[in-house]
Design a protein around this ligand. Sequence first.
Ligand SMILES: *Cc1c(COP(=O)(O)O)cnc(C)c1O
Length: 430
Amino acid sequence: MGSLSASYFERAQEVIPGGVNSPVRAFKSVGGSPLFIQSAKGAYLKDVDGKEYIDLIGSWGPMLFGQAHPSIENAVRDALSKGFSFGAPSYNEVLIAEKIVSMIPSIEKVRLVNSGTEATMAAIRLARAYTKRDKIIKFEGCYHGHGDSFLIAAGSGVATLGTPDSPGVTVSTAKDTLTAVYNDLSSLRNLFEANPTDISAVILEPVVGNMGLVIPEPGFIEGIQQLCKTYGSLLIFDEVMTGFRLSSSGYQGLTNIQPDLTTLGKIIGGGLPVGAYGGKAEIMNMIAPAGPVYQAGTLSGNPLATSAGLAMLNLISEHPEVYDALNQKGKALAEGIRQQLSELQIDGFVNQIGSMFTLFFTNKAVKNFSDAKTSDTAKFGIYFREMLNQGVYLPPSQFESWFLSAALDEAHIDHILKASRIALEKTLMA
Ligand SMILES: *Cc1c(COP(=O)(O)O)cnc(C)c1O
């Protein structure tokens, strides 16, 4: 057929590993060849062949108000006219830090970096320095970026150390990362009991977006915090995805739980590369140059990125109603698709909270990574490709969250539901 996307992808594969700069973009788990995007506006992505799609990726989270929101666009234009990297402090860095501190109660001081990966890497270095302990605990299926310490698979027993989950991660790094089961406090308790004085921090996505959407059971997060207190470990919320997506103060704003450290990214850059980590001043003051823990960045606090992020956070403060509106849309979509699953008698399970959403092709309630892995990924592939055919661009993997934006109106939700009905029928024919 010879689409431009297909020809670009062929060229890309010659010069970029796998043809993409981040693996999930390659459509490997859903089949077909990835679309190259020409432009994006509001609720839509337009590919290089001129076809438009309703955007349910939202750049994997940042586009809370839809693509190319005029307030953010104007802020970046304005910043651009004043130069775009100084390697010296700029006022926007103060403004965005003040804004983050004012919006997230557990953050008293914050350091800006360039990605979520950098934020989580720095946060665990800091936790190790603060507690003078080496090990961390993470949960199976949670994603914290591509730092070595996080690319670790669970060992086979509670006292067993982790093993590298990617070639190139050393065995000695792996032994410092232990892995618990999400929504299973006893698995965490067992790790603490086996390593009572070694755990510097527990890091988790308080609502998980990276095994598909998985929601904490009542009491789970409180239980984690209690165990951290008992054993003198820090609690780190990785809110790179949930921060400013679930509320104007992150997931933690929906509860009364304050973590010791929080990592942020995605939305706080408004679509430009920004990450951040922050928390109690006493802990954050250990970061250089205030303290001995080294962490730096040539482009950290970049004036374009901070202008976009600040404009985004200002939009959120000016439109607190956005979260209720997004939740309504999320609910409508979830109810609509649940109804379709039951009418067509298809094994499927929908998780939804606010503007985050996943349809799992399984008959099991999905509460952890093993549950998620019972999904029929071939069915998801069929569903994904038909949705694309119907003009809806979903994340190209069963194990990702869909992201709704404020740019979606009722007509878009209707379009998505109509497309879903057709795509679900397609899965029955396979
Ligand atoms: C996306 C993500 C990261 C990594 O952020 P990058 O900017 O891709 O490095 C870390 N943690 C969570 C929870 C994420 O969703």
